[in-house]
Design a binder for this molecule. Structure first.
Ligand code: UGA
Length: 452
């Protein structure tokens, strides 16, 4: 599709870099803007500063078509564009559970000042409900005389590891608080996915903000629900993985996000449920605030449970024990270690005196930067060699497919903790391992003896 619409994308992290490349793929002239010159240089040379499958290829394709550029010069990029996407981060505030909105406010203010013609400012970042309304005031106050600017919210639902696919073919497009003209512009932007059947939901500004936050809150709740059931499964000798499969056949429930184990981490779910708790408290909506607090507590408890399992596997003390940790990323297909459950567990064991050797196929570097005191191995074999206990904390295919027979020859001990319920328990046990998992009662052979 050829079009004359020009796009600026403010912030080139996971969201912005992917959105900028996707906008170019959809046919627009795009300039990605970031305050970090190193990041801009890297992107402009076709390299992505994080691991995201498919993104380097898309980036290089559109640097070559000439539709995609990157700059630190926000004023020039904005002055030249009709539609401005705000894609900056909203991390958790230091010392509070609230979201830090500094980056969003600074970005909107800078865009407002730089606008030289009428245009649309589109918020994509995840923000507490009510933020858009305040940003509208800011935008109106700072836009130059004679320039008409409108602010709408169009939340992003992309998953890391699937960012390109989710951006080009989203489940739904939510447009909040748009005038008919703004809605028409966004429908033009998303003409390709809309033509392919992606539903569009138009609503007011606060509803759009809350759709995003509620989606993440619901996903987090699903995970903590299954982890709470997993505890019961263990106590009762049931198997949470079979239970989740059976639940998942009910279309009203669905199987996805019912994988019990170490729980959720990353740059989104944990900080979003905390920001929601905080905002709900401010607005006097205590029910969702207390539900989210329980979801968060259950989730954090999973990390402690895995640490306890490892200590138990070492007969009550991990002091000087050699522990192989397979996985550092908060989930597979990313090198993101923000609030990574795997690294939390690795660090907790290290602090208790264990010799921890961590291996991750993509997140070795990011992991080392975050926890420089941990030892990072270059392969599964290197991490497992001489280990007393092996912990599988991120379900990378490489770990799922690893040969338990080969690893048994490398390790000193024969205990594996499958904290993601991702291993073939029977194959590992057949290879001589004692396998502990979260939410799976006694192994089949034990049960059959007990109930024979
Ligand atoms: C999440 C949402 O899934 C996206 O829709 C949303 O756009 C994004 O946050 C965001 O707000 O930007 P993401 O953080 O990439 O995406 O990760 P998820 O795939 O949601 O996984 C989150 C965590 O939950 C991971 O640590 C994963 O291991 C864990 N998880 C997931 C489970 O423990 N069990 C499951 O069944 C599923």
């Amino acid at each position: 599709m050829a079009t004359s619409m020009r796009v600026s994308v403010i912030g080139t992290g996971y969201l912005g870099a992917t959105h900028a490349a996707a906008m170019a793929e959809l046919g627009f002239e795009v300039t990605g803007v970031d305050v970090d010159p190193a990041k801009v240089d890297l992107l402009a040379s076709g390299r992505v500063p994080f691991f995201e499958p498919g993104l380097p290829e898309l980036l290089q394709k559109h640097l070559a078509t000439g539709r995609l550029r990157f700059t630190t010069d926000l004023a020039a990029a904005v002055a030249d564009a009709d539609i401005h996407f705000i894609c900056v981060g909203t991390p958790q505030q230091a010392g509070s559970s609230a979201a830090n909105l500094d980056y969003v406010e600074v970005a909107v203010a800078a865009v407002a000042r730089a606008m030289s013609r009428d245009g649309l400012v589109v918020g994509k970042s995840t923000v507490p409900v009510g933020t858009g309304e305040r940003l509208r005031v800011l935008l109106a106050a700072l836009t130059p005389e004679g320039v008409a600017a409108e602010l709408v919210w169009n939340p992003e639902f992309l998953r890391e590891g699937r960012a390109v696919e989710d951006t080009l073919r989203p489940d739904r497009i939510v447009i909040g608080g748009a005038s008919p003209a703004a809605e028409a512009m966004l429908r033009e932007v998303y003409a390709t996915p809309i033509a392919a059947g992606t539903p569009v939901i138009t609503c007011d500004l606060p509803t759009a903000e809350l759709v995003k936050v509620s989606a993440n809150a619901f996903l987090a709740t699903k995970i903590s629900f299954i982890n709470a059931i997993a505890e019961l499964c263990e106590a009762a000798g049931a198997d949470v993985t079979v239970l989740a499969d059976a639940l998942g056949h009910d279309a009203r429930i669905g199987r996805r996000f019912l994988n019990a184990g170490l729980g959720f981490g990353g740059g989104c779910l944990p900080k979003d449920i905390r920001a929601l708790t905080h905002r709900a408290g401010e607005l006097g909506a205590p029910q969702i605030a207390s539900l989210m607090r329980r979801v968060d507590e259950i989730n954090m408890r999973q990390r402690e449970r895995v640490v306890e399992l490892a200590i138990a596997a070492c007969d009550g003390s991990v002091l000087d024990a050699r522990i192989a940790v397979l996985g550092a990323a908060f989930k597979p297909d990313t090198d993101d270690v923000r609030d990574s459950p795997a690294l939390s567990v690795a660090a907790a064991l290290h602090l208790r005196g264990a010799q921890v050797s961590v291996y991750d196929p993509a997140a070795g570097e990011t992991g080392r930067r975050t926890f420089p005191t941990l030892t990072f191995a270059a392969s599964t074999a290197e991490a497992v060699r001489g280990a007393d206990v092996v912990l599988v904390l991120t379900e990378w295919p490489e770990f799922v497919d690893a040969s338990p027979v080969a690893l048994a020859e490398l390790a000193r001990g024969r205990t594996v903790i499958d904290a993601r319920n991702c291993l073939d328990a029977d194959a590992w046990r057949a290879a001589g391992w004692t396998l502990h998992a979260l939410g799976r009662g006694a192994p089949a052979d034990v049960r059959s003896v007990v109930f024979a």
